[in-house]
Design a protein around this ligand. Structure first.
Ligand code: ZN
Length: 129
């Protein structure tokens, strides 16, 4: 170990933290395959944050750090992790109580054959000329 044991630096924001706080991207030796989390070889560390992932992808920090071409799949997996991890997702997850639509239970079962009584209105106004 050359550095402080188990401390690594984010390739995007250069924050130093314990390696368990980072994502690890490894270019495996000697196959040169780039993969996540496991493997022996040259590795880069990245905060599990959208901002750092974005920089790593857009500015190719990951590729430069590993001196390798990073497959789209690697980014895809990381973005997916970001969206599925509830801790790093947007903290505005508290949902307001939804107002339940009050159902009006209508109990208007009219029996068949009910005749409506017609009220005959008698015209009482006679026009006298
Ligand atoms: Zn970072």
């Amino acid at each position: 170990m050359v550095m402080l044991p188990n401390y690594r630096r984010c390739i995007s924001c250069r924050r130093v933290a314990h390696k368990s706080a980072f994502w690890r991207v490894v270019r495996v030796f000697p196959s040169q395959q780039v993969q996540l989390d496991q493997g022996m070889g040259r590795s880069a560390y990245l905060c599990p944050q959208a901002s750092c992932l974005q920089i790593a992808q857009k500015k190719n920090r990951l590729g430069r750090s590993l001196k390798a071409v990073i497959p789209e799949e690697v980014y895809h997996i990381l973005w997916q992790r970001l969206s599925t991890d509830p801790a790093s997702a947007n903290p505005t997850a508290d949902r307001a109580d939804r107002t339940m639509e009050s159902r009006t239970v209508e109990d208007s079962s009219t029996p068949a054959g009910s005749t409506a009584s017609t009220v005959a209105q008698q015209a009482t106004s006679e026009s006298i000329s």
